[in-house]
Design a protein around this ligand. Structure first.
Ligand code: NAP
Ligand code: MG
Length: 485
């Protein structure tokens, strides 16, 4: 077997070994014999060193002119643009999604970074006429200081960019922890920053287990902001720990995203879009639609269309251009998802399509679960309540539209929601009543690179990321009164 390369943490502009001197294997989820490399199992001490480096670099980075910072960031974005193909291929190998899905991350990254770069020159403050003579009153936006960026594995390239880039543009320095499953995307981002000539310590990356290093990051008083994307359980813990130091948080968490189908004339089109919204990336998107609520009068016809769409996916290695669904992330996720499918059977629901883990050939080297459509589901069933984070879509039936919207809201989450209807009055009612950070009308849950992104209830807290709202998280105000006469 060829030598497996060892990768390092990136601290103070250098690639350094973890103090533990321990490493783990990063394996390709589509082929567990393919080891991508060995990655650090870092400890608190590594985190502390990285945060001290961020703190020192903050003095330099925050005092640079916006235009000087922009030159470096511009170079980074140009490099990102040039390396999209290479990044996409590695992303597929590390995370499992199809190459098409993987290429979408650096591609979208370029768009979002370009947008946010411009915000550097638009960090407007507030001026007001003073209530005293000869006084000028100005509120400036200033950076927070050291910001921690903690990312999940499902968008392992784009999510870190969404966090690191705005932090830097606003003058902060960053300690970045990639997900345990996808450290190589982090390595690729650091390599690009290195090539772009980012000063040492402005971004530091520490690789390892969140369960070991997480508290060291979120409880460190030098960390003044934490931008996190991941599960609600981990977000809750970070929120509690950060609160002790009054550290600002931007938490983007789980969802149980509903779509309501009510009096819609294009049921076949709705089914096609919803199948995509549910099963793309093997359902491992925070904005995946995981519940459809359909009115009884259209339920049978709609379920037939949806069943047909559910059978149209091709599962395999994401590098194969025919494949539309890659493997689920790891063995634990596989067991959890299969457990949910079993619970639906036990609770009396119908597995209308799918429900099985594939076996034989390449399927024995990873975990592929068939896109699974479950009908005859009621609100009390586990599959209707929990975020499954796999290729599973449940259908619930409602007697009338008001009941359907109430069912859509009957969840602790509030990330994304959609509605398919021909009725304008239903659209307005839905937009007003739905408890959700993002609402999609007559389509799945696709978002724009320049619009705010976030959730309500247990799906999110803090300013929405992406777009214009992000600068409200990555800056704070300093109010300055100048007496000039
Ligand atoms: P996760 O287990 O919550 O992990 C997210 C990140 O937090 C990882 O880097 C993880 O490290 C780290 N972490 C774990 N314990 C920590 C602790 N005590 N303190 C600080 N950090 C800690 O989530 P995941 O399984 O990677 O991702 C799936 C979840 O993310 C789903 O719930 C999904 O809905 C959500 N998600 C939400 C959005 C959104 O925008 N709302 C987007 C994508 C995903 P390790 O990897 O080392 O454990
Ligand atoms: Mg892996």
């Amino acid at each position: 077997m060829a030598d497996v390369k060892k990768y390092m943490n990136f601290i103070d502009g250098k690639w350094v070994a973890p103090t533990t001197n321990e490493y783990y294997d990063n394996i390709n989820p589509a082929n567990r014999d393919d080891v991508i490399g060995k990655y650090p199992l870092s400890a608190k001490q590594d985190v502390d060193t990285a945060i001290e480096s961020c703190q020192r670099a903050f003095k330099v980075w925050s005092r640079m002119l916006v235009g000087e910072r922009e030159k470096i960031i511009n170079k980074f974005v140009a490099l990102l643009d040039e390396n999209k193909q290479k990044i996409g291929e590695m992303l597929t190998r590390e995370q499992g999604k199809t190459l098409k899905e993987a290429l979408g991350e650096p591609t979208r990254g370029v768009v979002e970074c370009r947008y946010f770069m411009g915000e550097g020159t638009r960090l407007e403050g507030i001026t007001m006429p003073s209530d005293r003579p000869g006084v000028m009153s100005v509120a400036q936006r200033v950076p927070l200081g050291v910001v921690a960026a903690i990312a999940p594995w499902n968008f392992p390239f784009l999510t870190p960019l969404r966090k690191i880039m705005p932090a830097l543009v606003c003058g902060n320095t960053v300690i970045f922890k990639p997900a345990f499953e996808t450290p190589h995307c982090g390595v690729m981002i650091m390599e690009l920053f290195e090539q772009a000539g980012l000063p040492a310590g402005v971004v530091n990356m520490v690789i390892g287990k969140g369960s070991v290093m997480g508290d060291a990051i979120s409880s460190n008083p030098l960390v003044r902001g934490i931008t996190f994307t991941g599960s609600t359980a981990v977000g809750q813990r970070i929120n509690e720990t950060a609160a002790k130091n009054f550290t600002k948080v931007q938490l983007e968490m789980g969802g149980k995203n509903p779509s309501v189908v009510a009096n819609y004339s294009k049921l076949a089109s709705a089914a096609k879009q919803l199948a995509g919204a549910a099963y793309a990336l093997a359902g491992q998107r925070c904005t995946s639609i995981s519940r459809v609520i359909v009115l009884e009068d259209q339920a049978e016809e709609f379920e037939n269309y949806l069943a047909e769409e559910t059978t149209k996916f091709v599962m395999g290695d994401g590098m194969d251009p025919k494949v539309t669904i890659g493997p689920v992330m790891n063995q634990k996720a596989c067991e959890d998802i299969m457990g949910y499918i079993q619970s639906a059977k036990d609770e009396g629901a119908t597995i209308r399509v799918g429900g099985k883990q594939l076996t034989g050939g390449i399927y024995d080297k990873g975990c592929w679960i068939e896109p699974t459509l479950i009908t005859n589901v009621t609100q009390k069933m586990k599959v209707a309540i929990d975020e499954i984070f796999g290729p599973v879509l449940v259908v619930l039936r409602a007697k009338n539209f008001e009941e359907a919207v109430a069912m859509a809201n009957d969840t602790k989450y509030g990330l994304a929601a959609s509605i398919f209807t021909d009725d304008l009055d239903k659209i307005y009612y839905f937009v007003q009543e739905i408890e959700s950070g993002m609402v999609h009308i007559n389509h799945g849950t696709v978002t724009d690179g320049t619009m705010p992104f976030g959730g309500v209830k247990q799906s999110g807290i803090g300013q929405f990321s992406k777009g214009k709202t992000n600068k409200d998280f990555f800056t704070q105000y300093k109010v300055v009164y100048t007496k000039y006469v």
